[in-house]
Design a protein around this ligand. Structure first.
Ligand code: SAH
Length: 235
């Protein structure tokens, strides 16, 4: 048999997530407890395909980094955790620019809804809205938890920054659900700025869920300086 070197894969589902753009998405799953939904696509959207999955609390998702700007990859990359100036091998990182743009995330499975299709309600995803899902597998603690694993440059959870609201943003936030506010705070606490940027006066904008959030980051942490509802786009 010849060695099979090219494959064609089908998306079995699509992700609906509050992250409408790459900027601001947590760098790994589980950092922010954001809710998202995986909708299975035909012909995979059948109840039988997820029978028994609801007895698992977590799932692995493999997916395509469909939102990357170029398919180009380089053997050496600069992971943000190394401050953005040290290069290491692409296979020693979780970079989105790799020979095959395939991502791997573990997320909490909260509920499976079977009604006009199959929807998996998940929490903690680091996934862009519209991400094509290649596969879903149950998380198996006996095999997947490795208590003494070494993790090179990324051994520890990144440090959380303190998040505060400017009074004008706080006023607007009165009308926003506590869940959404907590989600925004969680996302900002892990510092979405590119690693090499440290400009305390610079105001960044992020589109998350239904909101445009403006913030800046200095030595005291994150300050949310503005938040407004985005006029909803027709999709
Ligand atoms: N947990 C995954 C992803 C790590 S990289 C893995 O280890 O393979 C995480 C980054 O991927 C996020 O910060 C986000 O910017 C980016 N991302 C998420 N979904 C994406 C998509 N569909 N296309 C391009 N980039 C995506």
């Amino acid at each position: 048999m010849t060695f099979p070197q090219n494959f064609s894969l089908d998306a079995i589902g699509v992700v609906h997530s509050p992250f409408k753009e790459k900027f601001g998405i947590p760098r790994q799953p589980g950092l922010a407890q954001t809710p998202a939904v995986i909708e299975l696509l035909p012909p995979y959207a059948v109840a039988d395909a997820v029978k028994g999955l609801d007895t698992f609390s977590h799932i692995w998702i493999t997916f395509i980094f469909h939102g990357i700007s170029t398919q180009e990859w380089k053997p050496l990359v600069r992971p943000p955790r190394l401050g953005g100036n040290e290069k290491i091998g692409v296979f020693a990182t979780r970079s989105t620019h790799r020979p095959n743009p395939i991502g791997l995330s573990v997320v909490r499975l909260e509920k499976i809804e079977i009604a006009q299709g199959v929807k998996l309600y998940i929490r903690g995803a680091d996934l862009l809205d519209g991400t094509p899902v290649l596969d879903i597998k149950p998380y198996l603690p006996y095999a997947d938890v490795i208590a003494d694993a070494r993790a090179g440059f990324a051994q520890k959870l990144p440090e959380r920054l303190r998040v505060r609201w400017h009074s004008s943003a706080r006023d607007v936030a009165q009308d926003i659900s506590t869940d959404s506010c907590a989600m925004i705070e969680d996302v900002l606490a892990f510092d979405p700025r590119p690693a090499y940027q440290d400009e305390p006066l610079r105001i960044y904008g992020m589109h998350i869920d239904k909101y445009n959030v403006r913030f800046r980051i200095d030595e005291h942490g994150v300050e949310i300086v503005g938040i407004e509802a985005v006029i909803s786009e027709i999709r």
